[in-house]
Design a protein. Structure first.
Length: 334
């Protein structure tokens, strides 16, 4: 075998390894029907340090204002391209999965796993697929606006914990996706990482706003750790996340006794938000967005009305306070 033939063969082997190297283990895709954000997050015990050409977030693709797709389990880039094309054609999540199952590039769909979400006629839809030959433990769970999937897992508790944390988390879609990853932050979540003392070796979270360009989402964070380093990538990702993203569950939290002293209506609100106080004295009132930025400020003696029609749709917090007391309530702007 001459040197030219050897180089061609080596290039083919490298290309094949980069396109079918891994069982990418646990991940989530989701859409926010209020803000129009789409997002993806995931982690795996694949050592991406050996694959410098791969990004930390390669398995997820975001379609701004439309949906998101995660392709995993014996990952093939060509299957991901096919999924992308079907989304761009306007297929629904379930239609895309059916097409992928019938048109797998290697005619082996039973080794694949997919999670897909999209806005369809103004409402979120989701679909998941787990091939019967995907490595155990494997499964997927779906909700109206999310799909969570995994393989080579410690067990169903990994997926259930991710779902519970996603649904419980306050804040925007990035906050919810990061919380979902924390739900899988347990040793051996990907069982191949049990000896490493971690859940995985790489992790990522990314979110696209409706006006983003495909391939350039507004929010992307990811990192990879070395095998046998014993570094938990989800915790490391959380450190990076907290430096750039504010989530209410960390700082602003609702007051349990808010309704004992104040009446707030309507909530959710379109334009005028009315507030009534049962307490004596003057209180300061402010409304902050999920990043902690103040968007409205006033004071109240007994009654107050806010015009919030100019605010973007999404989640906000109203804070009512004086030198002695502090009350906080979540509000939703339609």
């Amino acid at each position: 075998m001459n040197n030219y033939t050897k180089s061609i063969l080596l290039g083919f082997i490298l290309l094949f390894s980069l396109n079918s190297f891994s069982q990418d283990t646990f991940s989530i895709v989701a859409v926010d029907s209020v803000t129009g954000e789409v997002g993806s997050a995931g982690a795996s015990c694949v050592d991406l340090i050996n694959y410098p050409g791969m990004t930390n977030h390669f398995l997820g693709e975001l379609f701004p204002g439309v949906g998101a797709i995660n392709c995993q389990a014996y990952y093939l880039e060509s299957n991901q391209v096919n999924a992308r094309n079907r989304m761009n054609e306007g297929m629904t999540p379930s239609e895309i999965i059916t097409w992928l199952e019938e048109n797998d590039v290697q005619n082996n769909p039973h080794q694949r796993q997919y999670g897909i979400v999209a806005m369809v006629d103004g409402s979120p839809e989701s679909a998941g697929y787990t091939g019967v030959n995907t490595d155990d433990y494997k499964n997927h769970v779906t909700g109206p606006n999310y799909s969570i999937q995994g393989n080579i897992l410690l067990g169903q508790m990994v997926l259930d914990s991710m779902e519970a944390q996603f649904l419980r988390a306050e804040g925007d879609l990035a906050c919810k996706l990061m919380a979902a990853l924390q739900g899988a932050n347990m040793v051996g979540a990907d069982t191949r990482c049990t000896s490493n003392g971690t859940s995985s070796l790489f992790s990522f979270v990314k979110v696209a706003h409706p006006d983003d360009v495909f391939g350039s989402p507004s929010f992307v964070l990811g990192l990879r750790t070395a095998n046998n380093a014993g570094i938990e990538p989800i915790d490391s990702l959380q450190v990076l996340f907290d430096e750039v993203q504010y989530c209410p569950s960390v700082g602003i939290e609702e007051s349990n006794n808010f309704e004992n002293y104040f009446t707030l209506k309507p909530n959710p609100v379109d334009d005028i938000l009315s507030l009534e106080s049962d307490l004596d004295g003057v209180f300061q009132v402010r409304i902050v967005d999920i990043n902690g930025k103040q968007v409205l400020q006033s004071s109240i003696l007994k009654n107050l009305s806010f015009d919030v029609s100019h605010l973007d749709s999404g989640m906000y917090f109203i804070q009512i306070y004086n030198e002695q007391q502090n009350f906080i309530k979540k509000i939703i702007k339609k």
